[in-house]
Design a protein around this ligand. Structure first.
Ligand code: PMP
Length: 421
């Protein structure tokens, strides 16, 4: 069979809705300055779907640092991979500052978080080693584990945040590595990006009393939002020393691109020579690096940004709860709202939210969540205000009423493409 025909016959769980969703539910174009108010299809929307947690994306000092670095260095410098010709003192300075901040000895920059963490896992674990991981780990971690499995490596998964089952899996892993003479790495996240609940890093660290293993924590959503100084989920739990490797990305609080891994000097030295996605890929361009240095400085010196974020988070989450919305187990800024309904109801509800109320948030439907669940995901930021929250709560109450009384189920499903032309 022609492989082109084969892929077109099976376009994937999301791709199969492409005809009706493209440009509206998938690949929407948000235009204008990044912030709580952006344009979508010519109309201003109150936007709750950007991970610009502490509002750095458009901070004037950030914009200036990015622009100055682009003028001074261009986007090309440095050329080549770090190992070959892409090393600069700024790359080194940034990774050391990041490591110091999260409480690790050394850091190394990663061009993208996704490929970066895959390569950390790939480089750390050989076929004799065993990976134990949380069932809700991000796709990038799963792909790292697939690489491990492709080498013949073994892995054990525990149900999300179920520490007793994690203990059991560590028991299996210990038996296995006694034979294989390998080591064990447990992988979890600081904050899980869908449900917003934190990984139980303290309880996982406590398992070290009973088992010999290392921990890799992906703190993509915790970095900049959690902990006394914003250093992340390990700081929140006071367990940075027990987290052997801490990963963070610049894609969320840092409002940039790139990522980092941090840990003991000798392990980071090892990783910088062995991570395939970094060894065989171009170094981060200078504006990204100098821009990230500025972002980190602001993140560390302007706690008021994080305070404002949490003011908005608390107002939103308590307002939703008081209004009877189900927001699950979040204890981070990530705010999921669980509603009952299928894809037709979700389609009409989102359309109403955007077209009638000018509120823009992301929606997650089956197969990511069960068939009868609609998950709306709100990301509060330091740029939002309590007024924005009040407005949004009103809009949410209005659409929930229509959902509950069956209006959305009985309406014909709008063809977004046609309706918004
Ligand atoms: N880990 C988690 C938990 C994430 O949410 C993401 C997505 N940003 C990544 C890794 C990948 O990071 P990046 O966007 O820097 O590739």
């Amino acid at each position: 069979m022609d492989i082109f025909k084969r892929v077109l016959d099976r376009p994937g769980n999301i791709g199969k809705y492409m005809d009706t969703s493209h440009g509206y539910f998938a690949f929407p174009k948000l235009e204008g300055e990044i912030g709580p108010r952006m344009m979508f299809k010519g109309k201003e929307q109150l936007v709750w779907s950007l991970n610009n947690y502490i509002g750095l994306a458009n901070h004037p000092e950030v914009r200036k640092a990015d622009a100055d670095a682009a003028i001074k260095y261009g986007m090309a410098y440095p050329m080549g991979a770090r190992m070959m010709s892409g090393q600069t003192k700024y790359h080194e300075q940034l990774e050391q500052s990041l490591a110091d901040f999260v409480g690790k000895e050394r850091g190394f920059l990663l061009n993208y978080g996704y490929q970066g963490i895959m390569s950390v896992i790939d480089a750390m674990a050989d076929r004799n080693d065993v990976i134990v991981y949380d069932s809700e780990c991000h796709a990038s971690i799963m792909d790292g584990i697939y690489l491990h499995k492709a080498k013949g490596g073994k892995s054990f998964v525990f149900p999300h945040n179920d520490i007793e089952r994690a203990r059991k899996m560590l028991g299996f892993a210990t038996k296995r590595t006694a034979e294989s003479k390998g080591g064990i790495m447990l992988i979890t996240e600081g904050v899980f990006g869908m449900a917003g609940d934190m990984g139980k890093l303290d309880e996982i660290a406590a398992l070290k009393k009973d088992f010999d293993f290392r921990i890799l924590v992906d703190d993509a959503h915790g970095f900049g939002t959690m902990g006394e100084t914003g250093a992340g989920a390990p700081e929140h739990f006071g367990v940075a020393d027990d987290m052997d490797l801490i990963f963070g990305t610049f894609a969320k609080s840092m409002a940039g691109i790139g990522a980092f891994i941090s840990g003991p000097t000798e392990i980071i030295d090892f990783l910088q020579y062995t991570m395939r996605s970094q060894t065989f890929a171009k170094s981060l361009p200078m504006p990204m690096v100098i821009g990230a240095i500025k972002r980190l400085e602001l993140l560390q010196t302007k706690p008021e940004l994080r305070e404002q974020l949490w003011t908005v988070v608390n107002a939103l989450q308590s307002g939703l709860k008081e209004a009877g919305f189900e927001i699950g187990v979040t204890n981070s800024p990530v705010t999921p709202v669980y509603l009952s309904g299928g894809i037709p109801e979700a389609t009409n509800l989102i359309f109403d939210l955007r077209e009638k109320h000018n509120v823009f948030c992301s929606v997650v439907v089956y197969p990511v969540v069960p068939k009868d669940v609609i998950l709306l995901r709100l990301i509060p930021t330091a740029m939002h205000t309590v007024k924005d929250v009040e407005y949004t709560l009103k809009a949410f109450k209005a659409v929930k009423k229509n959902l509950d009384d069956g209006t959305y189920a009985h309406m014909s499903v709008v063809d977004q493409g046609e309706a918004t032309k």
